[in-house]
Design a protein around this ligand. Sequence first.
Ligand code: ADP
Ligand code: MG
Length: 592
Amino acid sequence: MSRIRLLPEILASQVAAGEVVERPASVVKELVENSIDAGAGKIEVSIRRGGISLVRVVDDGCGMDRDDALLSLERHATSKLRTAADLAAIATLGFRGEALPSIASVSRFRLTTREPEAIAGTEILVAGGRIETVRDGGEAPGTQVEVRSIFYNLPARRKFLRSENTESRNIEHQLHLQAIGHPRIAFVYVRDDRIVFQLPAATSLLERVRDLHGNELVQRLLVVEEPAAAAHVRIRGLIGRAGVSRPSRVQQHVFVNGRAIESPVLTAALREGYHTALMKGQFPVTFLFLDLDPAAVDVNVHPAKREVRFRDPTAVREAIVQAIRKTLESGRGDWQQQFQRTPTPSAPIPVPALPAPIEQRQFPEPAAARVIPSRAEGERPRQQPDARPAEEAINIAGSSQQFQIIGILNKLYVLMENQDGLVLVDQHAAHERILFEELRRRMEEQGVPSQRLLLAQTFELAPRDAEWVERNAGTLQKMGIGVEPFGQNAFKIDSLPTFLDVSDPVTFIRKVIDGLKSASNGSSPLRLGEDMIAKTVCRHAVKANDQLGYLEVEKLISDLLECDLPYCCPHGRPTMIQISLAELEKKFGRKV
Ligand code: ADP
Ligand code: MG
């Protein structure tokens, strides 16, 4: 007896809808993407009751004639894909030809559409996948889709919907993504008859981000602009400065060829790019756009097209990491400028005789003319040539860039004055950053200084680990760890980095190997070394209560300002905090 049957068309659509239409936000996503593909200049989205009772998307795009409008509701009907070759190089957001029929099969659906020159448009009403009415419609050119009572005919799926608030939040997130991804398109979002946002067409990403998130965030962003190089990936956009973070990934946006994508490759790349620039458990703020040859990325791996597969994931990852690092490092210029501007000469701050003078002995004339000049001429320039402009800008600003050290608070915080007000430096965090960069540079150059063990020790490893160590012995050496083969699967360890203080070298090396092995999927060995340094450097750094003399503090600060990422320690905690004069004035009630 034959048991296999072809599914009826509507049922097939409902099955497909299970993948494409998870919730009202997926309806919004599909409809907005269709509007974008249709060349819309303005898209208006209205929802009611979390999109459960209504989602309406109105665009001013190319519209459809009657035949196409009817066809668009058939499964596998699309204007965006013709041949198998097209599939390998998709430039539109849609291509599966499944969204409209899927959505129409699980809702009460109304499509009205009109081409710009057509005298009349078309209106089609569908309920649960069955076309009920087709007639002339008199709407403005463009397309309008209304989706009511989602899942009304599939009670089991309706039960899976969350609260209206949660669904609304998902929709809003989805619209944010689309709005960021397409700044040139104007967006209006209306929720339960109230306008939530109204974004005019923007001329740049920056403008769009400002309209959406406000100026305060924009000021904490850096511009990324990396032309396509070896990896053939152009990377552009905006990313948060080192230390600008969020407790979740909500503001971590990456677009691949205009499409918002979530992918482990991208997440890992961001984490690595921000390595040592963010606190543990924090996530960066990014509005990053990758443009690459459509043939180098497969978008046909996820029904809702949220994921992609890269032909060369390692190259993509590396390109992102480099772009982020370079950008973060260039971001230091502004800080230096802030910290090195001369305090206003007109307002010398008289130092009152404090009841309990701060470090009186070491700071005989606290706010007097003890200033630290900017880097002397002829000194080794640490920045790569590409970061020059920022440096030059500072030099042009005047030859006397300097800040003043006022004193030390609680044996921990260096108090400084600059033009904008008060600067507090955590001397412990600062020292960590300096030491970290110093060791990293050594590791990249001649290797970390290492110290011979009094007694070399031997140890054995499982064959897989043994093989890994043999392959990476050079890297370990650079990290200051001297390991040599010593028979079958056995090794000898005879030196360790000088800055390390371990009592049991063998346990230490086993841990390092475990850690490095698990982290080594694609990361460069140097970055692994960085990890190790970041983890150990802390112990070596100046302890919170170490008393430093004036010259030491002076050196600490100038070394810090020489760092690539001076504003946070290798664990992402801030090294310095600025309290502006304006803030002080507010606190003292001089200004409201
Ligand atoms: P896909 O987007 O994958 O092609 P859809 O089911 O989303 O599949 O849409 C089917 C077709 O309907 C599209 O290829 C497009 O030609 C047409 N279409 C859908 N929405 C619009 C719109 N807003 N404006 C113009 N044409 C549209
Ligand atoms: Mg589509």
